[in-house]
Design a protein around this ligand. Sequence first.
Ligand code: HEM
Ligand SMILES: *[C@@H]1O[C@H](CO)[C@@H](O)[C@H](O)[C@H]1NC(C)=O
Ligand SMILES: *[C@@H]1O[C@H](CO)[C@@H](O)[C@H](O)[C@H]1NC(C)=O
Ligand SMILES: *[C@@H]1O[C@H](CO)[C@@H](O)[C@H](O)[C@H]1NC(C)=O
Length: 490
Amino acid sequence: MLWQIAIACLLIYLIRNYWLKSNFLEIAKLPGPPRLPLVGCAFRFIGHSQSELFKIVTDFPKEYGNRVCIKVFNRYILHLYNPKDIEIILTSTKNITKNRPYVFMEPWLGTGLLLSTGAKWHKRRKILTPAFHFDILKNFARVFEEEGRAMVRDLHERLQRGERTLNVMPFISDYTLYTICETAMGTRLNSENNASKAQYKESVLGIGLIVMNRLSRFWLHSDLIFYLSSMGKKFKKLLEQNFAFTDRVIEERRKNWAETKKEETSSGKRRMALLDLLLDAESKGEIDMEGIREEVNTFMFEGHDTTAMALTFGLMLLADHEDIQENIYEECKSIFGDSTRTANTSDLAEMKYLEAVIKEILRLYPSVPIIGRMVTEEFKLDDITIPEGTEVVVHFYNLQRREDLFPEPELFKPERFLNGDKMHFTYVPFSAGPRNCIGQRFAMQEMKYMLSEIIRHFKLKSIVKGYRPKITMDLVLRACEPVNIEFSAR
Ligand code: HEM
Ligand SMILES: *[C@@H]1O[C@H](CO)[C@@H](O)[C@H](O)[C@H]1NC(C)=O
Ligand SMILES: *[C@@H]1O[C@H](CO)[C@@H](O)[C@H](O)[C@H]1NC(C)=O
Ligand SMILES: *[C@@H]1O[C@H](CO)[C@@H](O)[C@H](O)[C@H]1NC(C)=O
């Protein structure tokens, strides 16, 4: 009898809580797709492809405005599309914990800089920040230059073989991968390890796809069930493939590290690549091998896939706008004259127009279109209370295409960024606040090098003018179809 009463009380308690939560929670009153009892909107998301899901969430504001609340079982997920709200979320120094989707990346990236929180994140950010210091970036110029030149040579050779049309994404991502390997990891990819490079890239794509597929299949959320499924088994295999590559990168550097360190300190120029900083921290007992692997995986991925996608979309837009290509070309001509020398850092600083072009590329195609946070402490978002446990999703993609903030938002107009207006939380492709992109200057430098090299040597033409591929988001924003561009030598 007693336990029956106990169960009845428990049930009443749960129902009361549920009722209170769904009726009195301020966020539960926000507009959003219709919620069924208990399951909420869970079924709204089932059975859709990744690109359809991306379209659903980017279309929300049209129907529900700029604050949308989604309930999936007992989770409340708040989608934000407003500069003011986004500012509050991004500038918070306490609400820095990442939300659900990121958790599914943990078996891969561990709790490296991207995924960690609290004290661990603080400590890692402190160890790693010097790796992106201005002086270090200057030292990377040689690598950017070499890779830029190699890329141009590669393109010329393709043209000579009669390959005028190029699927740019796989091509570009080879070069961004070489660049991050050599700059951050101090490891050169060569013909010996290029097979594992191909496997690495394949594994990144596969992992991204599975992480996002898992997200929309709630029955795969439990690790137990996931790893029994065929998807989970595939995931495990891809991870092994991925780790084989990164472990080799670490071991190779470890072998050379002691010597390089001696050389560099004796010659007075200390040029610590990111991986060196990690190995140095390891020798001081601040990080272990597990930690190094987390960071190497984090940076290898964040450092090549993001810039590769931005460059891919960028070349697509440029191929459609010959006038903008000409403007870039003229700017380069005013800097280099008739010389064919490659750019150095002071040249890059003069490329103001190209900088505006890159900003406009990232406005339309932010490589990281959506980010998320878990609210760990109740707070006020302007006028509404956001309870602990809410997940917040910030939509850079929508924000940067808002008509009220960017007139004619679909048009590619670099001029928007030429008058030096400060864009206060209306344009944040690298995020902002304490968890902003640590590699943002690195990324801008790399993209300037590559785009200026390409435009100085080639003219680009789109195959079908104005064609835009369907896009999707896995870990980064991607085109669903190949982006093919026609190249001709200048
Ligand atoms: C076009 C290029 C890039 C874009 C648009 C971009 C964008 C972003 C964004 C939006 C975030 C915040 C993510 C979040 O809060 O969940 C971020 C974080 C991060 N980015 Fe980038 N990124 C780019 C390139 C790079 C590069 C080249 C590197 C490394 C060399 C890098 C390393 C990182 C890392 C480690 C974080 C996590 C920082 C932290 O939480 O402390 N990114 N990036
Ligand atoms: C979250 O941010 C808000 C606004 O900055 C702040 O009032 C609140 O204390 C923060 N809570 C956490 C966990 O940061
Ligand atoms: C690896 O390099 C060799 C020689 O440079 C080349 O023939 C081969 O196609 C490359 N393989 C991959 C997978 O890139
Ligand atoms: C870049 O090259 C130009 C022309 O050769 C030179 O005047 C300038 O000092 C160089 N800047 C750097 C940082 O090397």
